[in-house]
Design a protein. Structure first.
Length: 179
């Protein structure tokens, strides 16, 4: 196969499309993903530094999710951690016949971290896209490998996750006091 000047392979985006339960995996140029990651996850990026950001992103896939797509189902298997780059998602839980919204997820937020870190690999809520979303997807095996074999990255990721979980706990407690 020969690629000429008008070939789509010469565009600024090299796109690979996979059909996985309605998800589209797109792979834009590396520099664009690094810039987007640095913007959405500025604290994490600053703590990691450029070399570690590159290593972290090398194990991530970019996923584009359509609006109104169920990403996670409460108490179901999950095999990946997601770092949200764009869009909004809704986290909810079922209480009998009622569905209770427990939070909104936006750019700069993590998803699936509790399931992956606990080793339980079960979601704690149903997560649905409210808008079109883009996220970095990291399979649990890649997370595990980074945690075991890359001390610099694991130290920063665990610190960020502890802060994230503490903040979520504070918000949950504050919300509970209002009820």
């Amino acid at each position: 196969m020969k690629f000429g000047p008008a070939s789509p392979c010469r565009s600024s985006y090299v796109i690979m499309i996979f059909s996985i339960v309605g998800l589209r995996l797109d792979v834009p140029m590396k520099s664009e993903i690094v810039a987007e990651f640095n913007t959405c996850f500025s604290s994490l990026s600053a703590q990691l530094g450029p070399e570690n950001v590159d290593r972290l992103l090398s194990v991530c896939a970019v996923v584009n999710l359509p609006a109104h797509n169920e990403l996670f189902r409460e108490r179901r298997q999950v095999d990946s951690l997601y770092l949200v780059l764009e869009g909004e998602l809704v986290a909810s839980i079922e209480d009998g016949d009622n569905i209770l919204e427990v939070g909104r997820v936006k750019a700069g937020d993590w998803l699936g971290e509790v399931a992956v870190l606990s080793g339980e690999m079960l979601t704690s809520s149903t997560v649905t896209t409210a808008t079109r979303c883009r996220a970095l997807k990291m399979h649990w095996h890649e997370v595990e490998q980074l945690m075991i074999h890359d001390e610099d990255i694991s130290h920063v990721l665990l610190g960020q996750l502890i802060e994230l979980l503490a903040e979520r706990l504070k918000r949950s407690m504050a919300a509970g006091e209002k009820i």
